[in-house]
Ligand binder design. Structure first.
Ligand code: URA
Length: 217
């Protein structure tokens, strides 16, 4: 029997609302599905069950999130690396250690923030996620943000910033700007993995962390 996407979701026991929005990409309107879950648990259950972008079947674990869902700060990175794939939690490897230090430098404890990624599964060999994989995960990321409803989103690196703002602008040109996503303030900064390779940029990243701290004061 042929099933529609909605029927498949129901088949997997997922209760959700499903409708269409138009987004602008390269000056053209593109139809994408907007998926709306009414609770974080339902979104998490769905992400744990379904292979949205084809990476789940080759990953060890689904990496949904870590931290406090009631936090004022939501942090969004790119995709899990090897350590995250093994542990099933975002930012637990070397980049995660640096992220924790960046937060600590402005008096924020990692356990008091909420952390997730644009992609919920590790791309093989830590390659960059493809634009197709990103497009398939984005409706869920947008729903995730809506459910957390943070005061500020810290976007780590180009993939996170470009995907949220649907732009090809570089992270260097976006950082330092006051950009809002759906009425939520954002702070765009370098990805910790990039900072590990380019420590001279840590000064700018520290300024971004001060900006983050001022927003939640
Ligand atoms: N890099 C990311 O973007 N996310 C992680 O969870 C780990 C490393």
């Amino acid at each position: 029997m042929m099933r529609t996407i909605s029927q498949w979701y129901k088949h997997f026991g997922v209760d959700h609302i499903f409708y269409d929005i138009k987004i602008q990409q390269n000056g053209k309107d593109r139809e994408i599905s907007k998926i709306d879950f009414d609770s974080l648990e339902k979104l998490r259950d769905f992400i744990m069950k379904i292979d949205i972008c084809g990476l789940k079947k080759i990953a060890r674990n689904t990496v949904f999130s870590d931290g406090d869902p009631s936090s004022e700060i939501m942090i969004i990175g790119e995709a899990p690396g090897e350590d995250e794939d093994i542990q099933g939690k975002p930012f637990v490897g070397q980049s995660g250690q640096l992220l924790n230090n960046m937060l600590r430098s402005v008096g924020i404890d990692r356990k008091n923030v909420y952390v997730s990624n644009i992609i919920f599964w590790r791309p093989p060999g830590n390659r960059n996620p493809s634009s197709e994989e990103i497009a398939k995960c984005m409706p869920y990321v947008k729903c995730h943000i809506k459910l957390i409803n943070p005061k500020v989103i810290l976007l780590l690196g180009g993939v996170a910033a470009k995907s949220i703002f649907n732009t090809n602008d570089s992270v260097t040109s976006m950082r330092g700007k006051n950009m809002e996503y759906e009425g939520i303030k954002t702070v765009i900064t370098f990805h910790p993995a990039y900072l590990l390779r380019s420590p001279e940029q840590k000064t700018l990243a520290f300024l971004d962390m001060i900006k983050l701290k001022k927003i939640i004061l």
